[in-house]
Design a binder for this molecule. Sequence first.
Ligand code: NAD
Length: 247
Amino acid sequence: MENNIQIAIDLIVNSNNAIAFTGAGISVESGIPPFRGETGLWSKYDPNVLDLNNFHLNPIEAWKVIKEIFYDFFGEAKPNAAHFALAEMERQGLLKAVITQNIDNLHYEAGSNEVYEFHGNSRMLVCPYCSNKIKASEAVLTDIPLCDKCHAVLKPDFIFFGEGIPELAYRNSVEAAQKTDLVIIIGSTGEVTPASSIPQIAKQKGAKIIEINPEKTLFTDSVTDIFLQGKATEIMSQLLIGIKQKI
Ligand code: NAD
């Protein structure tokens, strides 16, 4: 493992276009559980709440749960050492972008600038009818949020089941994957498509893949070159110390 950490540090320091690809696991130590698994959000809540048809049919019921999970609960979370380490690597010119499946805004809060939110984000609300967007402020969320232009019920600006990937984030992510020489995957099972194709695109173009996760994933035996088994905060902190010693 120690040897793999050293190899990963060298790969990062010698890379030219490194990117990170993050999933729900990077935010677990910020107190946000993943969706799946024994302690996942879907063990407590009905995933139907993110079904678009259900949302349109029962917006008031759906908003009660959405507000509880994605605003009251997620809103308390703060970035952790892994989010901060990625932001620091970007400042040092060692990371071109973070492609995240997360909708929790924690990469931006940690100071990362180049963040492609593959599944959208929870800090904005969007009108499904006229596409008007407004900030998900506390004031708006005290009641069922309505569009100030057409008065339709607003939905969070992250994708619900069956919705397409936001166009710009998709384009930026694919382009970054095609150009990169190194991907650091953190906390993703690789079970969600098309997001999981991003590391695969990079691999096909010849990039090296470092993966950080306490458990093996669909990536581990398919695209991963260096598997660093452990929690995101612990491994990223070790990598950052090693990087600082080398630059
Ligand atoms: P996932 O829920 O499928 O898997 C989470 C992964 O994180 C697992 O492989 C798990 O082993 C790993 N993990 C757990 N603790 C970890 C830690 N401390 N450090 C590193 N890894 C850890 O996640 P996914 O692949 O991102 O897909 C789930 C979907 O759910 C995504 O679409 C994502 O948008 C969404 N989601 C987002 C959030 C969020 O915004 N924080 C939270 C839950 C789900």
